[in-house]
Design a protein around this ligand. Structure first.
Ligand code: MEZ
Length: 536
């Protein structure tokens, strides 16, 4: 429920609304984009980054919070534990129960491999279900994978690994067909044509959606499919270290049963890390749109085992996180709200940025408006944000559009007495995604033999900035590719004696660096009692 002061300010939004209908705000020039990014994008704050002092990317900078958990001891107290006592012995071990893990498991199983999927929380507790607005694929007549390719590269400021972008856009139409055939209920016209919209930085309407719970709908179907096929899934059992064998190949993982607190050994010929993102590290103190388990576990385990990072310093702040009400502070206001025409406005009711710039540029413009220009709106809880003029959607597309196309958004705000059909909302950037991660090739392989990564823990596809809807796409494209390749690969693999020598080496390096304290990683769950993660 808004206060009288806020209702008074809303009048300015209502005053300028008629002028904004059908008149697009000018886009920024490349120079203007560069300037606003440098001025306001959090990745440019040098003192929020630290150089890694050990491992394959020694000397490269990463966020302080990530460096701190990399420079932490293993959760395993006993590095001489008996690794011959194997609890699970499989062809393909998938670590992570989101969309990437599920699609990797399905594909590996399809190829005849013996697959085990382990997950930290419940199967499906992942950033996949937090992605609301859609999934990109160039499957319309006026579009093509080539145009999609150019958009992805442009969005990533041309830093992307080109072969990964190629794989992404090439597989995309087939992924949509696969999902549709499995039963994902995409939004369609009466004649069955998929409804598609724009996202920031797209030159064609290629965002396929299931209202504004696209990720949840995809996960619903994938989870059912994994369970129906009888693939073994173990919940509440995160991996806490990878295991290498005496030849340096990956050979499985140590699992931790969160209920019994037992450590279990999973031996595997191939391992696929699909552990997702790191929003719960709350870089630079930002709130996050991520699920509770997004604590960078795969990055830490993979890096310790010798896998390389790429763009681990490139973080995505989604332009529109909730700034008010405080109960949902930082939750995602899907980009689809802007795709449908809602515009960002300052305290004077003026638009200050085109509503569909790429995420990094849009976020920077919002931060600049609230900080340097001092044109933000202080919410009743003290957070400053800008308006997102949601009632404009109903004017542009007709009454009932919000209820039909954005039901989750409508419901989320109605719980707090705010009707987004009638009143604008207050938003500010929220920590949403890690653009980089463990470097992969077109098959999801890392530089560690038989170790694959799929989904948000991987890096290179999106370069330094991802476009909306390419994450739901990449988890499936590279989940499937990794699953396929791992299932083939395991036919030629013999796992030798398992070891934790790489973890012992990590501990020795920490001793040499003089790292003290009891910090342990992977973190597994966020520590909200201590404030910022570096203080834990
Ligand atoms: O790709 C995403 O991050 C996504 C679809 C998010 C959203 O705004 O809905």
């Amino acid at each position: 429920m808004y206060t009288p002061r806020i209702r008074e300010l809303i009048k300015k939004v209502e005053e300028t609304r008629p002028q904004r209908v059908g008149i697009p705000f000018p886009r920024m020039s490349p120079e203007e984009k560069k300037e606003v990014l440098k001025e306001c994008y959090p990745d440019y704050k040098e003192n929020e980054f630290k150089k890694l002092r050990l491992g394959p990317n020694k000397g490269e900078k990463v966020p302080v919070e990530l460096a701190n958990i990399i420079e932490s001891k293993s959760r395993l107290q006993n590095l001489d534990m008996d690794l011959k006592k194997v609890d699970y012995d499989v062809d393909v071990l998938v670590i992570g129960g989101g969309g990437a893990g599920a699609s990797a498991a399905l594909q590996a199983h399809e190829k005849g491999a013996n697959v085990l999927l382990v997950t930290k929380l419940r199967f499906g507790d992942a950033n996949t279900i937090m992605a609301e607005g859609g999934i990109q694929a160039a499957d319309k007549e006026n579009d093509s994978p080539e145009i999609h390719y150019l958009d992805v590269l442009g969005g990533g400021h041309f830093t992307n690994k080109k072969e990964l972008v190629h794989a992404l856009v090439k597989d995309a139409p087939n992924v949509i067909k696969w999902l549709n055939d499995l039963g994902v209920m995409f939004d369609k016209e009466k004649d069955g044509t998929m409804i598609t919209t724009h996202g920031g930085g797209t030159s064609r309407k290629r965002m396929h959606a299931a209202a504004d719970y696209t990720g949840a709908e995809i996960m619903r179907v994938l989870r059912d499919e994994v369970l129906n096929r009888g693939i073994e899934v173990i919940e509440f059992s995160p991996a806490v270290e990878l295991l290498l064998d005496t030849e340096g190949k990956v050979g499985g993982a140590v699992l931790f049963n969160l209920e019994t607190e037992e450590y279990l050994i999973a031996r595997a010929k191939t391992v696929i890390i699909a552990t997702g993102g790191s929003g719960r590290l709350h870089y630079q103190g930002f709130p996050t749109s991520n699920h509770y388990g997004a604590t960078a576990d795969g990055l830490v385990m993979g890096y310790k085992a010798g896998a390389e990072f790429i763009f681990a310093d490139a973080i995505q702040y989604h332009p529109t996180g909730v700034a008010y009400p405080p109960q949902i502070f930082g939750a995602l206001v899907t980009e689809k709200v802007r795709s449908l025409g809602a515009t960002p406005l300052n305290i004077h009711g003026e638009q200050f940025v085109y509503h569909l710039e790429t995420r990094d540029v849009e976020s920077s413009a919002i931060i600049r408006e609230c900080t340097i220009k001092n044109n933000g709106i202080e919410s009743p809880s003290g957070m400053v944000g800008v308006w997102l003029d949601t009632p404009l959607i109903e004017i542009l597309h007709g009454e009932g559009t919000i209820e039909k196309r954005l039901p989750a958004m409508l419901r989320m705000y109605l719980k707090f007495g705010i009707d987004i059909r009638k009143e604008p909302i207050l938003v500010y950037p929220t920590l949403h995604y890690q653009n980089g991660g463990l470097l992969i090739d077109e098959y999801g392989r890392t530089n560690v033999e038989n170790l694959y990564v799929a989904g948000e823990a991987s890096g290179g596809i999106h370069g330094r900035n991802r476009l909306m809807g390419n994450s739901l796409l990449d988890i499936l494209v590279f989940g499937r590719r990794a699953g396929n390749h791992a299932a083939e690969q395991c036919k030629n693999v013999t796992v030798k004696q398992l070891t934790l020598e790489h973890v012992k080496k990590h501990h020795k390096e920490l001793d040499i660096l003089g790292v003290e304290g009891d910090n342990m990683s992977p973190m597994l769950l966020p520590h909200y009692t201590h404030g910022r993660e570096e203080d834990n």
